[in-house]
Write a protein that binds this ligand. Sequence first.
Ligand code: SF4
Ligand code: SF4
Length: 441
Amino acid sequence: MKNIVNEKMKIDSMKHVTKKMNLAIMEDPEYFYVPLSQHIGQISSEIVKKGDYVKQYQKIGEIQGNVSAAVHSPISGVVEEIIENPVVNGNKVKTVKIRNDFKYNSENMERRAMESLSEYTKREILDVIKESGIVGEGGAQFPTYVKYDIGDKVVDTFILNGSECEPYLTADYTIMNEWTEQFFDGIKIVEKLLNPKKTVIGIEEENRELVERFSEVSRKKNMTNIEICVLPTAYPQGSELQLIKTITGKEIKKGNLPVNYGVVVSNVGTVKSVYDAFIEGKPLIERVVTISGEKTEEKGNYLIKTGTPLGHIIEKINPEKDAKIIFGGPMMGEEVKDMNVPVIKGTSGILFLSGNIDNIERNNCISCGYCVDACPMGLMPMKFEEMYRKGKYKKLVKLNLDMCIECGACEYSCPSRVPLIKSIKEGKGMLREMRAEGGIK
Ligand code: SF4
Ligand code: SF4
């Protein structure tokens, strides 16, 4: 692997637009669309049926298999039906449609005091995380109880990823700024599970003002062992492997588990959700979502319940009709057109941007090499496009397509707007099919 983050890859961050805005609460819709798969791994199985009354926080999807996550009702109401409903990538997923009764009758949740943490075993804490349906909120959506169940592995460094490198997004900043104390308590709970030799919070240079706040809270909580690492504002600094390389110097190849190298990385929102689960007794049913982009006036960081459909959000914030809607950031996010696509546990932002991707003028590669310079993984993106276009799929393996983290830095820096990401994604799909058929290893 080549390097960490290419210093040249600076993108106009646009974060100033929403960074200092107070957290807003998105009004709840009448109908929620709660997918039973909001995580990597096996879809959870529905444990409610049409016509059932469900309470807020009630479990409605049960874990199946070793890697899966529980799903809970974000409100109280009646299960309208179980349907196949679209999610961000356009696939349809089994979804519980719930009619909100706006009464918020909730399950009796078990609350705990921070002072009682020492009374709980690791297994008991892991069970709370497991039962609360917590997954990685930075986009990966990996079930958190699986990540933290490290057995006898030794963790040298526990990294809190506060480096939200995608432009526009300030959801993680909002969590660190609004709930600093809860965030630190969440760290303390996870430290009990991982017993790391060192804990490091990585934040971007443009959020440097958090250092003072963190120092104050860490002194108050007697957590002065925590290091704060101010990282250059560059893309894709927040990608897990780049962050590990920057903070620890360790180079880990894509596909390898960081814990096998003594490192565990968690998104800051995930750790705040651990606090909510252990202390407040609340499962993961809502998250902070940045709404931004030049096509909406109602920019800000909103607390939105999972299962809230895009159509409801549009009704509330009334963006311009011709907006291109992106779930996630502009670099790695996906364009969404279906109004029934809901916010899920990994939705960090919804952007309303100008420009239609279908109308971009694309030209041939001029062999300038900018994409190679921009690639944080030391790959040759223009070769991916060429080999995919020519149908030479086996060459994609030799070119290490599997190492690509789909960060989009190559296409962003390409003067000819060569469709690199489309070739990369479709090329990976082709390799998956060929592997399934035993055509390649
Ligand atoms: S999308 Fe893949 S090939 Fe392009 S810069 Fe990112 S890692 Fe490199
Ligand atoms: S940046 Fe674009 S034009 Fe330049 S080598 Fe890469 S694909 Fe070709």
